[in-house]
Design a binder for this molecule. Structure first.
Ligand code: HEC
Length: 296
């Protein structure tokens, strides 16, 4: 009898240990990435090791050094002095405020939305891994709620979905919420690994990976733009882009970057896109939710 109790206690605690372990690799990845980026932007003195092709003048004048943790939510504006000044100018009259109000209106008045999302401060909790469904991004959760309620015109990339996300993000930010992506099963850990693999795979006729530009390339200049880092890449969505003249979701941004790397874009609702976003969002775990925001 006693033996049985001890055995079941043992099995119980082993199962408990496993449950806590599913994100172990992701935690290692997240910390290593942040450490690499912090080192890269720590000090002008180390700059030649990380930016062998940048001119001395550029490194002296265009970069802010000593960038850490939460700073990365600003993307390239964390370290690019000129870009940051433009960004602050744009933010004096945030062009997304009407969209956030419209999002609040949708939340309160569209049929069934509040029932799907009783708490609007959830921008940091997505994507989620749901057993039987796989990775569910916030855009996907919103669109499937709209479908369930027979609502029309809800897309994954922009429009009503982006406005509602804008409202969710602004409430989350106000409440001081942080990115909090959960990996708590073997299936979830596998989805994360697939997303990571895609992020680091070379694709398209240019044979580039996302990481070529946003990890090794973070801080390099491509024409007039400084490349943003993977840490903090998802914290501030939905984003108002000057190019779009409106709000767009992460799904919309990924489509654009697929084109940047010379690849036919994957579908916004595809498993490919959702698992990639699961990995990317995990890399920002612990950073503050900071959306909506503006980007060029
Ligand atoms: C050829 C280089 C290049 C490649 C490859 C590339 N991107 Fe980008 N990406 C850019 C540029 C340029 C921008 C705009 C400047 C910036 O914010 O980095 C950008 C912006 C982004 C942003 C917005 C960042 C922000 O702060 O709002 C995300 C997210 C992103 N890319 C994801 C990806 C993903 C995912 C992949 C791989 C599927 C990828 N990118 C591949 C060049 C690239």
């Amino acid at each position: 009898m006693k033996k049985k109790v001890i055995a079941s206690l043992l099995i119980g605690s082993v199962a408990f240990l496993w449950a806590g372990d599913f994100n172990a690799q992701a935690e290692k990845d997240r910390k290593a990435l942040q450490e690499y980026l912090e080192k890269k932007f720590a000090d002008r003195k180390n700059a030649n090791a990380f930016f062998p092709y940048s001119t001395k003048d550029e490194l002296d004048k265009n970069f802010k050094w000593g960038i850490k943790g939460d700073d990365f939510r600003l993307g390239s504006y964390a370290y690019n002095i000129g870009g940051k000044a433009q960004y602050e100018e744009m933010n004096e009259m945030p062009p997304y405020e009407d969209a956030v109000d419209a999002g609040k209106e949708l939340y309160e008045n569209e049929k069934g939305i509040k029932e799907c999302f009783p708490d609007p401060a959830i921008a940091g909790d997505y994507p989620k891994f749901v057993k039987g469904k796989g990775v569910v991004t916030l855009s996907k959760a919103i669109v499937s709620c709209a479908k369930k309620n027979n609502l029309k015109d809800w897309k994954l990339t922009k429009g009503k979905t982006a406005k509602l996300e804008g409202y969710f993000a602004s409430v989350s930010k106000e409440k001081g919420k942080k990115v909090n992506i959960v990996i708590d099963s073997k299936e979830a850990a596998e989805a994360y690994e697939r997303g990571k693999k895609e992020y680091y795979s070379q694709r398209g006729y240019l044979k580039l990976s996302c990481a070529t530009c946003h990890v090794q390339g973070a801080g390099q200049r491509v024409r007039n733009e400084y490349l943003s880092p993977l840490t903090g890449a998802t914290t501030h969505f939905p984003v108002y882009r000057l190019k779009w003249q409106g709000l767009g979701t992460l799904e919309r941004r990924i489509k654009g970057c697929n084109k940047n790397q010379g690849e036919t874009p994957h579908k916004p609702g595809s498993t490919w896109t959702s698992e990639l976003l699961y990995f990317m969002a995990y890399m920002s775990n612990g950073l503050p939710v900071d959306g909506p925001d503006i980007r060029k």
